[in-house]
Design a protein around this ligand. Structure first.
Ligand code: 3EB
Length: 338
């Protein structure tokens, strides 16, 4: 378990009720065999995301903090905040078109962030049902989602507004489940990867509006120099803007891990004005998304070789935003380095 002197901590637990930590829960994300709507339970926001089959062991991601939290519902979002950090979670129900409901959900979140004063968004996750299927108008649901997100970001931040590290991945149930972390103080810096075209600059080939996210986000709490916590976005076998090694899981793993190593590297952090550097061995809380269950052994072997023995690694079998991508990986390199 990583310790965070500034208060925010993540745990991945098999049974959240059985392991009280004595700290304050900012949010719970349960990866389940079904969806469950965002709600406040026992004083903390909780969302259930359909990401595992009934036969697979469930896991809950718990975000904790040192200070007491205030929790509540705002529109359909469940949230909690402690004066320094905000967690919020939402769910867009299954429907024929996602552009407008995604725009509205993002607007509600931007409103909440403004009202409660947590202007620095550090990380955001989206789990998208039927991600590669067509919506009622024949547009791929991932592209439909990207359209609504881009419009909301334009509205709130302007065309050039940048978003933090994200994950946009398939879910087993329908609709879109999502959650974010934001802070009141400290410094958030969004990082790109020199091996990849920034997602917001992808060509129209991939949809009418590009995905709005950074390849990684550095969160330095007040008084901490360097990268602080480094959140690495969902990363795949993409070089430039193109998928490479379609159909070859081993090579897709290599390119994905190479992309992650590059974005965290000293060379890349220095290029972003951050005097620090990390490696794959610094990652904790790794989530690995694998399209085909039969590829799991190859992916597990690649991850076991690349990551630390003490990293917590969770595997999910879900679809990925481009139909030629077979694997996507994310992680967090927390401060301090272990
Ligand atoms: C990619 O690099 C792979 O739409 O929020 C990774 C992380 C991906 C986040 C998102 C999509 C998203 O384009 C897909």
């Amino acid at each position: 378990m990583a310790t965070y002197p500034h208060g925010l901590r993540c745990r991945l637990v098999r049974s959240p009720e059985a392991t009280p930590s004595g700290r304050h829960v900012l949010g719970r994300v349960a990866f389940l065999g079904h969806h469950s709507a965002p709600a406040v339970r026992a004083g903390a926001p909780e969302i259930g995301i359909h990401l595992v089959g009934a036969e697979v062991e469930r896991v809950t991601e718990v975000w904790e903090t040192d200070s007491p939290v205030v929790s509540g519902m705002y529109q359909d979002l469940a949230y909690a905040h402690d004066g320094e950090y905000l967690f919020c979670a939402g769910q867009v129900p299954e429907g024929g078109s996602y552009r407008e409901p995604v725009r509205n959900a993002y607007r509600a979140a931007f409103d909440l962030i403004g009202k409660l004063d947590y202007p620095h968004v550090m990380r955001i996750w989206h789990f998208i049902g039927d991600i590669n299927r067509a919506n009622a108008d024949g547009m791929e649901i991932y592209r439909d989602f990207c359209l609504g997100r881009a419009e909301a970001v334009d509205h709130h931040l302007g065309r050039a507004g940048d978003m933090p590290a994200a994950t946009g991945i398939g879910a087993l149930g329908g609709g879109i489940s999502w959650y974010l972390l934001a802070s009141r103080s400290g410094r958030v810096r969004n990082l790109e990867n020199p091996l990849q075209v920034p997602a917001p600059s992808y060509p129209h080939l991939y949809g009418p509006r590009p995905p709005k996210f950074a390849r990684a986000t550095s969160f330095s709490p007040p008084g901490i120099d360097g990268a602080g916590d480094l959140f690495v976005a969902g990363t795949a076998s993409i070089l430039g803007h193109e998928t490479v090694h379609a159909g070859d899981i081993a090579k897709q793993c290599d390119v994905t891990l190479g992309n992650m190593a590059m974005v965290m590297s000293r060379e890349n952090l220095l290029a972003h004005g951050i005097d620090d550097g990390r490696t794959l061995k610094d990652l904790r809380f790794v989530k690995v998304y694998v399209r085909r269950a039969e590829d799991l052994p190859v992916v597990r072997a690649a991850c076991a070789a690349a990551f630390s023995d003490t990293a917590e690694i969770v595997y999910f079998t879900v679809d990925i935003c481009r139909s030629d991508l077979l694997v996507e990986i994310e992680g967090i390199a927390p401060y301090p380095r272990s």
